[in-house]
Design a protein around this ligand. Structure first.
Ligand SMILES: Nc1ncnc2c1ncn2[C@@H]1O[C@H](COP(=O)(O)OP(=O)(O)OP(=O)(O)O)[C@@H](O)[C@H]1O
Ligand SMILES: [Mg+2]
Length: 248
């Protein structure tokens, strides 16, 4: 088993009462990589994420994490193996400070039993301080999460995923509701995660996608239409016809 194939979807199909939201999809995500999934509305991007994290069960096919099948595991077991999805809004605890939100997320680490020890709590606090810097919220450390701007809340949510130290981070539309400057900052934050984590980002905004410099996967009608660099994808006439042409 090659270490490079950290996550592998093998001929995955997700059938919702006869409608194939995912259709015979095979995809490999290497350790420490950046994969960006694009595709028109309804292409199956979020369903793919739901399938990886165990919220949706494939009707056919397998999801392998380090060579082991995970597609029948409960979501918390998959999280325990080291896959984490950006918490759904409102994922932040608005009555707690930024740093406390990060510390709580760090305690959800898969070594959760450590959080019941003094050393475990100190470890989580130290992790929270490091992540605070990484997501650019150092000057908002003691602010209540409820008082953050929309963009800052999104960065806190990204930070909470990072604080779990999961090996694979799933970020579904992390720039939703952001302007261009905030999106750029988000791309910058996400780029720093690669290497220590593999990151799978779903987004519509091609400017943002171009700043991520990742391997791009195009989904269309639940299937893989193309994968490659963004330049290759941009030059692809079929992709332009179904997606990029529409987005511009
Ligand atoms: N639980 C469900 N039951 C039935 N159909 C579903 C369910 N979840 C998603 N779908 C359908 O599956 C298709 C894929 O949806 P999905 O949310 O994965 O698309 P997406 O690529 O994330 O789209 P968007 O860009 O709008 O977020 C859509 O047609 C959607 O209506
Ligand atoms: Mg979606």
């Amino acid at each position: 088993m090659s270490e490079a194939a950290m996550l592998r979807l093998e001929q995955v199909t997700v059938d919702f009462d006869g409608f194939k939201a995912i259709n015979d999809l095979s995809l490999t995500i290497p350790s420490g990589s950046m994969t960006v999934v694009i595709g028109p509305n309804g292409a199956g991007k979020s369903t793919m994420c739901d399938t990886i994290i165990g919220r949706v069960r494939p009707t056919a096919g397998r999801v392998l994490f380090h060579g082991e099948e995970i597609q029948r595991l409960a979501e918390h077991r998959i999280v325990g193996r080291g896959i984490c999805r950006k918490f759904q809004t409102p994922g932040v605890l608005i009555g707690l400070s930024v740093i406390d939100n990060l510390a709580i997320a760090a305690m959800r680490d898969r070594r959760w039993w450590r959080s019941f020890t003094r050393a475990g709590e100190e470890e989580a606090r130290a992790k929270a301080e490091a992540v605070l810097e990484q997501v650019g919220l150092a000057d908002r450390r003691d602010a209540l999460a409820g008082n953050l701007s929309h963009g800052e809340k999104q960065w806190l949510e990204i930070g909470m995923v990072v604080a779990t130290d999961a090996e694979l981070l799933l970020l579904d539309e992390p720039t939703a509701g952001m302007g261009a400057a905030e999106s750029s900052q988000t791309a910058q934050i996400i780029r720093t995660l690669v290497g220590r984590h593999a990151v799978l980002v779903i987004d519509h905004d091609i400017d943002f996608v171009s700043q991520l410099e990742g391997h791009v996967v195009v989904l269309h009608q639940g299937a893989l239409l193309r994968e490659g660099t963004l330049d290759e994808i941009r030059r692809d006439e079929e992709v332009a016809a179904i997606y990029l042409g529409r987005a511009k």
